[in-house]
Every structure is written in structure tokens, then in C-alpha cells.
Design a protein around this ligand. Structure first.
Ligand code: CAA
Length: 379
């Protein structure tokens, strides 16, 4: 067993770290304050090959795996979590299912544009009455000749109003629950499909989170991703990958909290000495560092298993569960290390505290990860 990154992975990590330090960190606070979608960051990420990480080279991608994606996402999220989640969704919830389940025609049509950044992707599962209980979605796709007509609403969709391509889970049959759900690829501009209200959020304020409305939106049968009726399995196995991405995002946010805490603890003096010399602070730093290392190892184990095509549902849920809790613990302690100034917008930890919160909610809450893990352990 080898815990080191390969030479190529280290080059990728360095390029993502440089991007985070030189481009993302300096603009993160402005993006947050203005709820500004980080379009320029996404373009710059595309130039680095970060929009087609999982896409084979023959379709214009970088031909890499979830391990490399996790390495990139950790660094990107250390700089800006709004940019980070946009990249995570695009790569792991949109490109990945098209690579895994798409027809040749779908791969040729979508992957080159998604990889180059010409098109951005979104993944639409949640509905007003179907969040954690994802199998209860009701958006309908009624068969009509050679087409399917979509009616219903999706909610809380990351990149929803910015996306050019959306993977939409819809009900194509009368079968209840997970059966009878089919995944569709729907393009922006399709008649009857429009974004609705945009959410005003606590954190990751630069990321776009929107409602999507489908009113008699007709798509051809060729828009089906994978097989009819297999949509729930596609959605869940896609989230097995997405959760590794959110785990990596959590590690990045947690690392930023630790970096800020170490820097401040060495600078800030109280009782005539840097606060880093006090055990109360040292123990916080030690716990943060240990939990971050454990989270990173869990994320990389899950990525390794997914890349090796081995079962990883439990491991991906564990990585997301532990890393997201770590991000929140580190954000809490980082603010504690900073004291009063950490509660102000002058210091990055205030934004990190707000950004960390969502990692325990989206792509399956902490409680959902516990369901997934315990079911696997009790099988
Ligand atoms: N891979 C493949 N198939 C899977 C699977 C997986 N990981 N998990 C379940 N399935 C299959 C099952 O084998 C089963 O198939 P059979 O009927 O053939 O046996 C079928 O799917 C139904 O599975 P379950 O009985 O486990 O379904 P459930 O209704 O009990 O699922 C749940 C419960 C785990 C809570 C699930 O609903 C869930 O994960 N909910 C959370 C949803 C979620 O994560 N939403 C995130 C939205 S996207 C997002 O957040 C993106 C963003 O903004 C950043």
C-alpha cells in the first residue's frame, strides 16, 4: 500500500493549489458578498482541464479518475467552495453518468462541450416533496409517440439556472417508489423548460441554486440516459461518486480553516505571547489536523475503489459523513481560535463557517449517509 500521490497526481495537485491560491482565494470574499456566480473561475478551471476530469480523452476530457478529481476538488474548495461545488456537480453528477450510461451519440454530443467548459451541467433529482426520500419524486414524463412530455418542478438544483445540460430524474411509469423512474438529458432552451426562483443561501453564495420548471416539455426518446426505469439506480450510483466530491470539498474547507487558524494563532498575542503557545489552542489545532487527515484518507479510499470499479457505496457515504462533520468542526474551532474577529467579515473563517454547513446537507444529509452505511453494515 502506498499513501503517496504519483508524480502525475502531484503535478495535478500543484496546479490546482496554484489556481486556488492565485485565482480563487483572492476573489472568494467578493463572490460571497455579491452572491456572484463564479463564471470567470469556471472558465479558468476549464482551461486547466478541470471540467472534463472523468471524461475519456477521445471525447475531449482529461481521462482521469475520481482520485484525481478528489485531489483537484480539495484544493479548489480550499480556495472557493462556490466554485468547488459547481465543479463537483459538473464532473461527478453530470459528466460521470453520461460517461457511464450514455449512448455513443450522447457521449459525442455532450462530453466534448462539457469538457471544454462551453457547456455547464446540472443534476436534477430533488423536488419540493422529495428531498431525502428521493424515490418519491413525482415529476412526470408521459410517453407520447416517439417523445416524452415532462411536467413538474425540481428544487434546490445546483447550477440550475446556469446549466446548458441537465440530467433530470422523472417518473415514466405507474410503478411506485424507485421503480418507474427514468433519467433524461434535457438541454437549456427546450420549449417548456425554464429556471424558476433562485435561492438566497447562508453559504456557498456564489453557487447558483435554482428551481427548474417543466411545463409540457417534450423531449425525444433519445434523451433517455441509460435504460427506461433504471433512473433511480443511475441517480444513486451517480451520487456514490458525487459524495466523494463533496467529501473532497469538505476536506478543502476544513484545510482552509486549519491554515487560517495556524496563521492567526502564531500572529495573535495575548498575555504577552502568541496564542499558539497555549495548550487550549494547540489541542484544537491537533484535533483539526488529525480529523482532516482521517477525512482525506477516507475520501481517497472511496475514490480508489470507484476508480477500480469495486463496490464503494458504503465507503463513499463514510467519506462524505466524516469529512463533512470534520469541515463543520474545523469551521467551529477556527472561529473559536480567532475569537471576536473571526465572527466578522474581515476574516475568511466567517465565510468558511457558513460554507461548511451545506456539506452535511446536500448530496444526502448526514442522516442519509448513516442510513446507507448502517444498511450495508447490517446486510
Ligand atoms: N447504486 C445502485 N443502485 C442502488 C444504490 C446505489 N448506490 N442505492 C440503491 N440502489 C437500488 C437498490 O438496489 C434498489 O434496487 P432493487 O429494487 O432492484 O433492489 C433500489 O435502488 C431502491 O433502493 P433503496 O430501497 O435503498 O431505496 P430507498 O428509497 O430506501 O433509498 C435513501 C433511501 C438511501 C435515503 C435514498 O433515497 C437517498 O440516498 N436519499 C438522498 C437523496 C440525495 O442524496 N439527494 C441529493 C440531491 S443532489 C444534490 O444534492 C446535488 C447538489 O446540489 C450538490
Amino acid at each position: 500500500m502506498d499513501f503517496d500521490l504519483t508524480e502525475d497526481q502531484e503535478i495535478i495537485r500543484r496546479s490546482a493549489a496554484e489556481f486556488a491560491d492565485e485565482v480563487l482565494k483572492p476573489s472568494a470574499s467578493r463572490i460571497d458578498a455579491n452572491s456572484e456566480f463564479p463564471a470567470e473561475n469556471i472558465k479558468a478551471a476549464a482551461r486547466l482541464g478541470f471540467l472534463g476530469v472523468l471524461v475519456p480523452e477521445e471525447f475531449g476530457g482529461s481521462g482521469l479518475g475520481h482520485m484525481e478529481l478528489a485531489i483537484i476538488l480539495e484544493e479548489v474548495n480550499r480556495g472557493c467552495a462556490s466554485t468547488g461545488v459547481t465543479l463537483s456537480v459538473h464532473n461527478s453528477l453530470v459528466c460521470s453518468p453520461i460517461v457511464r450510461f450514455g449512448s455513443d451519440a450522447q457521449k459525442k454530443k455532450y462530453l466534448p462541450k462539457l469538457s471544454s467548459g462551453e457547456w455547464l451541467g446540472a443534476y436534477a433529482l430533488s423536488e419540493p416533496n422529495a428531498g431525502t426520500d428521493a424515490a418519491s419524486i413525482s415529476l412526470s414524463a408521459r410517453e407520447s409517440g416517439s417523445r416524452f412530455v415532462l411536467n413538474g418542478t425540481k428544487t434546490m438544483i445546483s447550477s440550475g439556472s446556469k446549466a446548458d445540460v441537465v440530467i433530470v430524474m422523472a417518473r415514466t411509469g405507474d410503478a411506485p417508489g424507485a421503480k418507474g423512474i427514468t433519467a433524461f438529458i434535457v438541454e437549456k432552451g427546450t420549449q417548456g423548460f425554464k429556471p424558476g426562483a433562485k435561492e438566497d443561501k447562508l453559504g456557498i453564495r456564489g453557487s447558483d441554486t435554482s428551481e427548474l420548471i417543466f411545463e409540457d416539455c417534450a423531449v425525444p426518446a433519445s434523451a433517455i440516459l441509460g435504460r427506461r426505469g433504471e433512473g433511480f439506480k443511475i441517480a444513486m450510483s451517480t451520487l456514490d461518486g458525487g459524495r466523494i466530491g463533496i467529501g473532497a470539498q469538505s476536506v478543502g474547507i476544513a484545510q482552509a480553516c486549519l491554515d487560517e487558524s495556524v496563521r492567526y494563532a502564531k500572529e495573535r498575542k495575548q498575555f504577552g505571547q502568541p496564542i499558539a503557545s497555549f495548550q487550549a489552542i494547540q489541542w484544537k489545532i491537533a484535533e483539526m489536523g488529525t480529523r482532516i487527515d482521517a477525512s482525506r484518507l477516507l475520501v481517497r479510499r472511496a475514490a480508489f475503489l470507484r476508480d477500480a470499479d469495486r463496490p464503494h457505496t458504503r465507503e463513499s457515504a463514510m467519506a462524505k459523513l466524516f469529512a463533512s462533520r470534520t469541515a463543520n468542526l474545523c469551521a467551529f474551532e477556527a472561529m473559536q481560535v480567532h475569537g471576536g474577529v473571526g465572527y466578522t467579515k474581515e476574516f475568511a473563517v466567517e465565510r468558511l463557517f457558513r460554507d461548511a454547513r451545506i456539506t452535511e446537507i446536500y448530496e444526502g444529509t448526514t442522516e442519509v449517509q448513516n442510513i446507507v452505511i448502517s444498511r450495508k453494515l447490517l446486510e
